[in-house]
Design a protein. Structure first.
Lengths: 214, 100
């Protein structure tokens, strides 16, 4: 178990060192085998990981990797907020006169937002909002994999889902205030990803085909 | 490119170990054991000192078959000069004297 954990930590350390420090990663890997023989693989691996993480902000490739992870993590609250919105009744029920805190405390008296004439749209709206949540949830993985083709496809799907939701909200005369959160979330997500993509393009300009991020 | 910053205690310890036998190539794990520095301290230090031209690194064939090649390190002329310059500091800290 310790050996497996040490291998995992060592792999992470090598990944953190990146292409710029590839030689050092191989050097650490060779010494790691000596540490295994010496019975101290985990301590050695944790030290290497600490050193690798401390080295990351010192070079542009490391700063890019740290920023990518920070952006990927920052996308999760968007999903959490959307799910919280759904849990509070969006887009079918307002949270009632007691607001969201009242709903969480179980004191709200929600009223049906959909009327008998537009109730048939409920399944479509539900599907749309959950598709949007799934789209936002997948985005961080594609961003970290730097799979920009998938990121672009997903960004288009998320944008289309948000616009459709906005249209439904308008056509069905639902409260447009409910759309502030999905629209804001999408705007933040697209801006952050676009800036990251531009940075990567500048960073790996002229890199040989097959190089990381090229 | 060497810096003018005062060497840290860890760097002095590494200079002390590497300057004891300046012509000998040393492996990372052996340096760790000798200096008591942990891998999280030693490797960033070696990387920085190599970037600054104080330490040179070379790939060495493994002693045991089936093992990967190992990185070995020794001080450059610049590193040795720094070791001599800081000999006084290291003596005060209780380190060994550098053979010149």
């Amino acid at each position: 178990m310790t050996a497996k954990l040490a291998w995992a930590v060592m792999t992470l350390a090598e990944a953190c060192l990146g292409d710029r420090r590839r030689d050092w990663a191989l050097a650490m890997q060779a010494e790691f085998e000596v540490a295994i023989d010496d019975g101290r693989p985990l301590g050695f691996a944790v030290g290497c990981l600490t050193g690798a993480v401390r080295d990351m902000p010192k070079h542009v490739e490391g700063r890019f990797a740290l920023t990518s992870h920070a952006i990927a993590l920052a996308l999760f609250p968007i999903v959490a907020l959307l799910m919280l919105g759904v849990a509070s009744g969006f887009p079918f029920l307002p949270s009632g006169h007691a607001g969201l805190s009242g709903w969480l405390a179980g004191q709200s008296e929600p009223m049906a937002l959909l009327t008998p004439w537009n109730r048939n749209f409920a399944p479509a709206l539900a599907l749309l909002i959950w598709a949007l949540i799934a789209g936002h949830l997948l985005m961080p993985w594609f961003v970290l994999e730097r799979d920009w083709t998938r990121v672009a496809t997903l960004a288009r799907v998320n944008a289309a889902a948000t616009v459709t939701l906005l249209l439904f909200t308008s056509v069905l005369f639902l409260d447009p205030a409910f759309m502030v959160l999905p629209v804001l979330g999408l705007a933040i997500e697209l801006s952050a990803i676009w800036l990251l993509y531009q940075w990567q393009t500048r960073l790996f300009e002229g890199a040989p085909p097959g190089a990381l991020g090229a | 490119m060497a810096t003018n910053r005062r060497p840290s205690k860890q760097m002095l310890r590494l200079l002390d170990a590497l300057s004891a036998t300046p012509r000998e190539w040393r492996h990372g794990y052996d340096i760790m054991k000798e200096t008591g520095l942990l891998s999280g301290t030693l490797y960033p230090l070696l990387m920085r000192m190599t970037d600054q031209g104080l330490v040179e690194a070379e790939w060495r064939e493994p002693a045991q078959p089936g093992r990967p090649p190992r990185h070995a390190y020794r001080l450059t002329a610049q590193g040795l000069a720094l070791a001599r310059e800081t000999a006084g500091e290291r003596r005060v800290s209780g380190f060994k004297e550098v053979p010149v």
